[in-house]
Design a protein around this ligand. Structure first.
Ligand code: GTP
Ligand code: MG
Length: 301
């Protein structure tokens, strides 16, 4: 993942939501109007009003402390501030085999695509992986994951449509042990985050894998569609309450004008963002890189 691809993915956020910032960075004096406009820009990039106010106040204070009178140094101060919200420690590396990762999220957020992409990525790094298709809710789900698995040359355990997703997770965990795989990636079905059935189903999937594999699931990855912006934070809270989410995978960062939501998520939920989806292709999944993200988010001075 190059700096250029980060810039390409965040183009819309940078241009549409934060475009005005380049004028601000270029303004000669740091007047109260400049600070007001900074705050407005930040709100537009889906940071949320409270966080936008907090960042503006902190940037303003730092600018005063440094004796900055012109806006030129503002980009650097803002950049440092934004980065400070993103430096959350990643989940501890668990040295167990098989490591179980469960993918959760509302319908259409990008779970299946992301699980398949990550499986391929891990496999390319030399790890043995297995996919579990524990989405038996949607009739075509089987076919979709099978297509991905074939395309990426990853093995998959399927359940019958309408069967118990807990049973699929159980079979997959058994297969993972028997085959000695390193990582089992469990895809789950999506529904609204307010669905009780979904949450009960996810809890069962987690319980069932934990019966066969100590400590499983070791990672619960919440897949959030970055185009949903602030609503993603509400979704995240619902999943966090039901299952022990360990991290966020922020999908569809490409094409979103709400890319600033990554900051709101980190700040408000205290969860690390571990991966981002930057397109629909098999290679369009990258480890989250806070430095590259912030650099690509802000327009040039
Ligand atoms: N542009 C872009 N599209 C993505 C990305 N990730 C997923 N998609 C697309 O989003 C759509 C939904 O992705 P899925 O992986 O099927 O989502 P899901 O969460 O498994 O959906 P359900 O199983 O129905 O809940 C598909 O058309 C994907 O190609 C991404 O990072 N960028
Ligand atoms: Mg799916």
């Amino acid at each position: 993942m190059t700096d250029r691809s980060w810039r390409a993915a965040l183009e819309r956020t940078r241009r549409i939501a934060l475009g005005r910032l380049s004028d601000l960075f270029g303004s000669s004096e740091l007047t109260p109007v400049v600070w007001e406009e900074l705050e407005t820009c930040l709100v537009q990039s889906d940071l949320g009003a409270a966080l936008a106010a907090e960042i503006t106040a902190a940037t303003r204070k730092q600018a005063a402390a440094e004796g900055l009178t012109r806006a030129q140094g503002m980009r650097r101060i803002l950049q440092e501030r934004l980065l400070s919200y993103l430096s959350r420690p990643s989940p501890a590396v668990v040295e167990v085999r098989p490591l179980v990762m469960v993918f959760v999220g509302v319908n259409g957020s990008g779970k299946t695509t992301s699980a398949a992409k990550l499986a391929a990525r891990l496999q390319a790094e030399g790890r043995r992986v297995l996919l579990a298709a524990a989405d038996t809710y949607r009739a075509a789900a089987d076919e979709q994951i099978q297509q991905w698995a074939a395309r990426l040359n990853v093995e998959v355990i399927l359940g019958k449509p309408g069967s118990d997703p807990g049973a699929v997770a159980y079979d997959a965990a058994q297969a993972a042990i028997a085959r000695g795989v390193d990582v089992l990636l469990v895809d789950t079905s999506g529904r609204m985050h307010t669905s009780h059935n979904l949450m009960a189903e996810l809890q069962k999937i987690c319980r069932v894998t934990g019966k066969l594999i100590p400590g499983a699931p070791h990672r619960v990855v919440l897949v959030l569609d970055s185009t949903t912006g602030q609503n993603g934070v509400a979704q995240a809270r619902a999943f966090m309450q039901a299952v022990g989410v360990t991290e966020i995978l922020l999908s569809k960062l490409d094409g979103s004008a709400r890319g600033g939501v990554a900051l709101a998520i980190s700040r408000q939920l205290g969860l690390p963002i571990t991966y981002v989806g930057l397109g629909e292709g098999p290679d369009d999944l990258a480890p989250f890189d806070p430095q590259a993200y912030v650099e690509a988010l802000l327009p040039p001075a």
